[in-house]
Design a binder for this molecule. Sequence first.
Ligand code: NAD
Length: 442
Amino acid sequence: MNNNPWIRAKQQLTQAAKKLGLDKLLFSMLSEPDRIIQVSLPIKMDDGSIRVFSGFRVQHNNIQGPYKGGLRYHPKVDMDEVKALAFWMSMKNAVVGVPFGGGKGGITVDPKTLSEKELEQLTRLFARKLFDVIGAYKDVPAPDVNTNPKIMGWIVDEFKVQSEKLKVKCSEGELRAVVTGKPIDKGGSEGRVVATGFGGAQVLISMLKKLGKSPKGLTVAIMGFGNVGRFVAHYLQKMGFKIVALSDSRGGIYVPDGIEDTEEINRCKEEKGFLSGCYCVGSVCDFKNKKKLNGRDIIKPEDILELGVDILVPAALENVITSKNADKIKAKIILELANGPTTLEADTILGKKGVVVIPDILANSGGVATSYFEWYQNLHELHWTKEEILKKLKEKMEIATDEVYAVSKEYKTTLREAAYIQALKRIEKTWRNQNISSKNSQ
Ligand code: NAD
C-alpha cells in the first residue's frame, strides 16, 4: 500500500488518460507540474532568535487559466503532498468548469506555535518571495489547512506594497484578486463560508435524481463538524434528509430517529467546543437511543464510518476510509467532502460492493467555484449578494454533476474515474484550441 499522495495522483491520471485516450504529449505535460517554487523564509522570532522556514508553491498547469489553489501551514507539508494537491486542483477546477489551472502551496510550520506577529511576518515574507509568480492572471492562492481570511488579507496588503514599491501597474481589482478567501471588507465574497457544504448538498441531490431516489427520509452520517460538515448538515436537513450522526475530532453523537435541529448542535458545539458534549440538545436527549451502539450514547469519531446509514459524508480528514474498514461500511452512497478521504485500495473494495462514491473533486468543488465568483467580482468591481452567489453555485454544481454522470455512463466507469475523464476532456479541448490558435497566428 502506498500512501504517497503524488504516486496516487499519478495513478489516477494514468488510469483516466488511458480510458479517455488522452493525447500523449498532454499526458506527459500533466504528469509533472509546470513549475515548482521552494523558498527559504528566515524570520525574527519574538525572543530575538532567527528561525528559517521552508515555503512551497507548485504550479501544476495553467491550460484552463491562472493557477489556483490554497496555501496550507502545517508541520507535515512536503513537496510530494503539495504536488499532488496542485494536480487535484487542476482536475477539480476543470470538473466544475471554472477558468483556472491548478496550484497549491504551503509552509512547513505549526502555526499554533507562533505568535500572531510572527505569523504575519512569515506570511508577508512568503508573499514577497512569491511576488513575481502570483497575481490575478498568474496564480491565485486561497486559504487551506490552518490558513484563513486574515492571512489572505495580509497577502493582499503585502502584494499591494510590493506593487507600489516596484512600480508594477495593477488595477484595484487586480490587487484584490491576487488571492481569494479574503475578508469581505478586503474584497471577499458573500457565501464563501457556506459554499463547500452547500455545493456538496447540491451535488448529492442532483446525483440522487439521476439514481431515481428521493431525499425524503434517507439517513446521513457526517464525519467532521467544521466549516464543511456544519453547513452540509444544515443544507441536507433543509432538503429533507435525516441527519442521524455527527462527529468531530473529540467524539460523535448518533440519534437513529434523526437529529431535530443541526443548527442547535452547532450552537452547542460553539459554546462547549466539542460535539460529544452536545448529546443532550433537543431530540438528541432521547433516552432510548442510549442503548444503541453497545450501550454508548456518545460514539467514537471513527465509529461514524460504520453506522447503518444510507449516506456517509466524510468531511474531516484524508485517508479515513481504508482497506481496513471499507468492508464494514454500510452506507450505499459516500459523498466525499474532505479531500482524499478514500485510499485507492478502499475505493476498489467499495466499487466491488456497489457503493456509489461521489468523488471529492466533484463533491467539494463548490468552494473553488465560489472562489472563482470572488475573483470575477474583484476584477469587474461587482458585489453579489449571498442569494445571487448560491443561485449561481447551484447551477454550476448541477451542470458539473450531470456531466460527470453522463461520462460515467458513456465510459462505463465509476464516478471517480468519470470525474477525472471529464476534467481531462475539458483540459484537452482547451489545449487543442490554444494550439490551433497559436498555429493560426504564426
Ligand atoms: P475544519 O478544520 O473547519 O473542520 C474539520 C473538522 O473535522 C473539525 O470538526 C474536526 O474536529 C473534525 N475532525 C478532525 N479529526 C477528526 C476525526 N478523527 N473524526 C471526526 N472528525 C474529525 O476543516 P474544513 O474546512 O471543514 O475542511 C474539512 C475537509 O474538507 C478537509 O479535508 C478539507 O481539505 C476539505 N475541503 C474544505 C473546503 C473548504 O471550503 N473549507 C473546500 C474543499 C475541501
